[in-house]
Ligand binder design. Structure first.
Ligand code: ADP
Length: 694
């Protein structure tokens, strides 16, 4: 049973402790290591506080006690002086009266003055009662018990008084009263001498109760309970207040009288000293509360800090995880262009370690050597404070193994917490895959177009053959008939007429065939109606997306130069665009050789002659490729001549047809030091001049 009780208490304590611990854990910023330190600090502060409050309380108690002791000493002194005044009064009484008749009134007066006197007796030297007087203020004390029965104490006191030749007090004794109660009394015996001769005794019976009430009550009884006690603690008489306070301060002091020693006890009913009994304690407690408040505030602050640190660490970990999982490369540069940060995706993209990249400045290791100049210019522009386009720009980077790959770079200023720009942050996306897909779709589209064109050509050819078949068959049969007629040597004039007729039919059929051919020509000529005035720049703008698509694939830089104040050209926009596209594509393909490193294609538009008023505009497409071998120069414009595996050999011949249909001229010449320039001219639209960028 007992065991269960103990373990029950233990588990209750454990519960309380763990509840407190979790509360404290919530409140205080301790890590596992700091917990014991905090606990020790709190325990120390609490110990100091408790000690201070306890000491202050104790000090206060001792003050009260000391005050009470002083009061008791004062009370004893007062009592003594009262008693000695009594002795003097008695001596005065005895000095002038030798006759009981005169003694009586004086004794009565004294008894009236001293409430604590119960009875005054005058006895002769043989201890015979000469006269006596009871206190007029109360019922006679020796009523219930006769005086003769309780003379013992008085007799002893008188013997002592005689011996001492001075006042002597008896020990106290209990004197039952007529009203059923009783009083504790003490006798004072004073020897009476006359002219040096011993004459008898004066005996006073004191009521201890009255003695206390009369002599000490007014002065000390208000705040204390006064009593005469016996050594064993029995109270003989009590006076003073009897307030029921919680705490009683007690002192006792001996009242040493000749023949008797009284024990005066004073109970100071002051009550427990307050928790804040004085300024000192209040001050100490106030300071302690302030200390604890500061500690709690500090702890709260530290807890907030700890939480902020944890949040920050979480945020950092989150950011790190996010960065590591990104497929977009991130690269930060300071205002001088030094790389300050790269994420794992960027490192993976370019094949360099972060350590090898951080701190690098232009030229970066991932820049293709042939692009360094251009990239450096671009970086200079950026560092000069020109913001990059929001949608980003395309560029080519080089892996560590030298392979190039296209990227889309989106850059934004890097702004610090203070709002100052500290550099640039760039997101780099590898778009090789995107390019590959675009290229695939472009190639398949081209193939589709070529097939469609071939189909149209085939259709047209079969239509033509069908249309031309009839007149040609007729011509052939008329011609054969005529020949047969002419072979006959006996040909009659009738026959000659037939031949005439046949020849006329031949001419008719030939005309018809000509009309068929003309109708095809008309069909082609009808495109003339599609002509309009177009700004040269607009033509270039229209083809530039397609051109740059292929240029990126073949790592070619395209430079477009358009002279200022060029006139509009009068042309079939779609056809001319097709011409430009063909020439540009041929030029780029001619540069697609391993030995050709710095691949530049220049599209240049200017007035055809030096005369600024010239009515012709010249377009030139210059490459730095392989050039055209002299042996194939003559065949270049032949339909179906090609040197390429997938070529159709229709491009240049179509180009020439289109240019010539516009009245222009297409030609080519070698470009120094290498490559080829293809030029063609187009007529300016009448009187329409436009700026180069129209
Ligand atoms: P395709 O491009 O389909 O081969 P083209 O008629 O456009 O047909 O070109 C005919 C040939 O002319 C090409 O196969 C190529 O050999 C040659 N050629 C055209 N342009 C150039 C050029 N800029 N540099 C070198 N050769 C060229």
């Amino acid at each position: 049973m007992k065991r269960t009780g103990t373990s029950h208490i233990a588990s209750a304590w454990h519960n309380i402790w763990s509840r407190w611990r979790s509360k404290l854990d919530e409140m205080l910023p301790w890590g596992s290591g700091r917990r014991s330190l905090w606990a020790a600090l709190i325990a120390l502060v609490l110990a100091v506080l408790v000690t201070l409050v306890w000491l202050a309380g104790r000090y206060e108690t001792s003050q009260v006690q000391a005050e009470l002791e002083r009061d008791t000493a004062d009370a004893v002194a007062d009592l003594r002086s009262s008693l000695s005044r009594h002795v003097q009064a008695l001596q005065a009484l005895q000095s002038g009266h030798y006759m009981p008749a005169t003694w009586q009134p004086e004794a009565q007066a004294l008894l009236r003055d001293n409430r604590d006197w119960l009875r005054l007796e005058w006895r002769d030297k043989n201890w015979q009662l000469l006269s006596f007087s009871d206190s007029p203020l109360r019922a006679p004390a020796f009523e219930r018990i006769a005086r003769a029965e309780v003379l013992n104490e008085a007799a002893q006191a008188c013997q002592r008084a005689k011996r001492l030749n001075g006042p002597a007090y008896s020990s106290t004794y209990f004197l039952p009263q007529a009203d059923g109660l009783g009083v504790e009394v003490m006798e004072l015996c004073l020897p009476v001498t006359q002219a040096g001769e011993f004459m008898g005794y004066t005996v006073v019976t004191y009521s201890l109760q009255e003695l206390l009430t009369e002599r000490l009550g007014p002065t000390f009884g208000r705040r204390n309970e006064l009593s005469f006690v016996e050594p064993d603690g029995t109270r003989l008489a009590i006076a003073g207040t009897q307030r029921r306070e919680r705490r009683v301060f007690t002192t006792q002091q001996l009242v040493d009288l000749p023949g008797n020693t009284l024990l005066l006890r004073m109970d100071g009913r002051r009550g427990e000293p307050d928790l804040f009994p004085n300024v000192l304690t209040a001050l100490v407690t106030g300071m302690s509360i302030a200390l604890i408040t500061v500690m709690v505030l500090l702890a709260k602050d530290a807890r907030r800090r700890l939480k902020a640190e944890r949040d920050l660490a979480d945020a950092l970990a989150f950011r790190k995880a996010m960065e590591d999982s990104l497929v977009t490369g991130l690269r930060a540069r300071d205002l001088q262009g030094h790389i300050t940060y790269v994420n794992p995706a960027f490192c993976q993209m370019v094949g360099w370690e972060a350590e090898a990249l951080i701190g690098q400045n232009a030229p970066m290791p991932y820049w293709p050597p042939e692009m360094v100049d251009e990239y450096q210019q671009r970086q200079a522009i950026r560092l000069a404070g020109n913001a990059p386009p929001r949608e980003g720009f395309e560029s080519v980077f080089m892996r560590q193994d030298g392979t190039r790959f296209p990227v889309l770079i989106i850059e934004a200023p890097l702004i610090s917490v203070r709002g100052e720009q500290t550099g640039w942050m760039g997101a780099v996306i590898d778009i090789s895959e995107q390019r590959r897909i675009e290229e695939l779709s472009r190639a398949s589209q081209e193939r589709l177009q070529a097939t469609a064109r071939l189909a149209t050509v085939g259709e047209m050819a079969s239509l033509l053959s069908h249309e031309l078949n009839q007149p040609l068959a007729a011509i052939s049969s008329y011609a054969n008939g005529s020949l047969n007629l002419l072979k006959d040597p006996q040909a009659e004039p009738q026959t000659l007429d037939d031949v005439h007729m046949a020849l006329r039919r031949i001419a008719e059929q030939a005309e018809r065939a000509g009309r068929v051919i003309n109708s095809v020509h008309d069909f082609v000529r009808r495109r003339d109606q599609a002509r309009e005035a177009v700004a040269p720049q607009a033509l270039l703008d229209a083809i530039s997306p397609l051109v740059s698509l292929q240029a990126r694939k073949l790592h070619v830089r395209v430079h477009i130069r358009v002279e200022g104040r060029l006139p509009l050209v009068w042309c079939d926009r779609t056809m001319v665009e097709q011409v430009l596209l063909n020439l540009a594509r041929n030029g780029m393909q001619a540069m697609d050789l391993p030995e050709c490193r710095d691949r530049v294609l220049v599209l240049h538009v200017k007035r055809a002659a030096s005369n600024p008023e010239s009515a012709w505009v010249e377009f030139a497409v210059t490459d730095v490729g392989a050039g055209i071998a002299p042996e194939i120069e003559t065949q270049l414009f032949n339909p179906f001549f090609t040197t390429k595996v997938e070529g159709m050999g229709l491009g240049l011949s179509l180009c020439r047809t289109v240019v010539e249909q516009h009245g222009g001229h297409l030609a080519f010449e070698p470009h120094a030091p290498k490559g080829t320039v293809f030029r063609f001219t187009l007529p300016a639209a009448d009187g329409n001049a436009a700026t180069g960028t129209a």
